[in-house]
Design a protein around this ligand. Sequence first.
Ligand SMILES: C[S@@+](CC[C@H](N)C(=O)[O-])C[C@H]1O[C@@H](n2cnc3c(N)ncnc32)[C@H](O)[C@@H]1O
Length: 238
Amino acid sequence: MINNSFWKTRAENYNKTSWVKDDHLLNAYLSLIPKNNIYRNILEVGIGTGAVANKVVDMIGPMIGLDKSKEMMSKIDHDGITKVVGDAHDLPFDDNHFDLIYMRNVIHYLENPAIVFAEILRCLKNESIYLFSQVIPFSDEISDEYDELIGRDIHYPNHGEIKDFFSDYIILDEVEYVLEAQSIMNWLNNTCQDEQKKQKIINQHRNTSNTYKNMVNYKEENDDILVDIKHLFILSHK
Ligand SMILES: C[S@@+](CC[C@H](N)C(=O)[O-])C[C@H]1O[C@@H](n2cnc3c(N)ncnc32)[C@H](O)[C@@H]1O
């Protein structure tokens, strides 16, 4: 169950989860932003601890970050970021305001992603950029097994489902980026306090299907499990 106290606890260790500040991943994602545009008004939806935003400010300039968790945003320490507490389903911004909006790894926490996509579209200037990123199951076929393994009672939209949310956008580019050999223990130690639940998730990983294991290059090493993790980037405009 994901509520405000989930984010309050998670804020403390969030930046220690290996993918969050992975430089290769961040650089690959942000390299999709077109170079020749002028970005005066920039928004990150679900900014969290500012792991992406710190780089965006240094690369492009000042921006606004919105998140519903003030605890996550309390970890942001950058003069160029204006923090706004708010809900992505009801963005507190004017129509046609932003030159660039981006959102990373938020969609699986949203009650209604279609409303959020419509809100982002409303707040973008015509032909301005929306850059999306999301961790996804390795293939749409293993979607249910993936949700089960994460153990959070939430659904992680897969590649096909995500494409449907873009029906009112023009897609310019699409990249599947694989982070290799990611530690399940690192992820669990920084996201889960409940030892019993941790053990259950480890056992579930050990017992996954061979199809799943082959797809993600499953390896057991020094009391840890290593798997490849896929992120989807979509560059689009209004
Ligand atoms: C996994 S974190 C991602 C943070 C950041 N985008 C990053 O990539 O490091 C998800 C963030 O989405 C925020 N969030 C979840 N639902 C939201 C909503 N309805 N409105 C605004 N923020 C939301 C959470 O509070 C959390 O900070």
